[in-house]
Each structure stands twice: as structure tokens, then as C-alpha cells.
Unconditional design. Structure first.
Length: 134
């Protein structure tokens, strides 16, 4: 989407939830944070709210990390909270309960897609650089 291979109209209904899912999976893997599933026999990525709360106490670890876009150690939590706030309505509830779908604006979606890529690059520059090469 950020490379304009898909239009806003094509992605506005699902990309915000995908952004959230990618961040939850990445952060859970990167920091080895798991939540026990409801069946008790498997583990899943915890929700973005729990991951943000855990990372809130770890931002000092990222002081020497290179800034990527708008992401640096002092803005990381704020950017994650912005993404959580915007993606919450689309990630919770069920379609039967939705009377009116309010999509986020194209500008906001562009900002959140770029911030997501930048958060991943900020926290894992080595792997991000390798992915970009290929």
C-alpha cells in the first residue's frame, strides 16, 4: 500500500486491522511476550494494549537506536498508542453490531502504514535492512 500497489479504496476496510495484527505479532516475537490461549494449551500474541504496557518500561533500552522517520525511543509508545486508538474500533466487536462503518481517512491510513514500517525498522534495523534488499 505505501508503494501505491493498492489503492486506498481497496484497503481501507482491512488494512488498519492488518497493521495491528502485524505489530502484535512482531512485538510479541521480538520481545518474546506471549499470552496463554483460552484453551490453555497454546500461546498467542497478546493484544497491542498489553504489549504497549510492557514496552513502556523498556524504552530506555532504545536510547541509542537510530531514529527512523518519526520513530525514536521517546516517541515509540506514543506512536503505538495512536495506532491502537485508531485500530481498536475495527479490531473489536463483530460485523453484525456495526450500524455504520467509519473508515479512517486516507491521510491517517498513510501515516499509520508508514509508522508501522518505521516502528519495525526502528526496533529491528538489521532484519529490516535485509528484507528491503530482497
Amino acid at each position: 500500500y505505501i508503494h501505491r500497489e493498492a489503492s486506498y479504496e481497496d484497503v481501507k476496510g482491512f488494512l488498519p486491522n492488518y497493521i495491528r495484527t502485524v505489530l502484535e505479532t512482531f512485538l510479541s516475537f521480538k520481545f518474546f511476550i506471549l499470552a496463554q490461549g483460552s484453551s490453555g494449551d497454546k500461546y498467542n500474541s497478546p493484544g497491542l494494549d498489553r504489549l504497549i504496557n510492557i514496552l513502556r518500561g523498556k524504552t530506555h533500552l532504545f536510547r541509542d537506536f537510530r531514529r527512523v522517520g518519526d520513530i525514536e525511543h521517546s516517541s515509540l509508545i506514543m506512536k503505538l498508542e495512536e495506532i491502537k486508538r485508531v485500530t481498536d474500533p475495527q479490531s473489536h466487536g463483530n460485523p453484525q453490531d456495526i450500524d455504520d462503518v467509519c473508515y479512517i481517512s486516507e491521510d491517517e491510513l498513510n501515516k499509520f502504514a508508514n509508522n508501522t514500517i518505521n516502528i519495525i525498522a526502528f526496533l529491528d534495523q538489521i532484519h529490516f535492512d535485509e528484507v528491503v534488499k530482497h
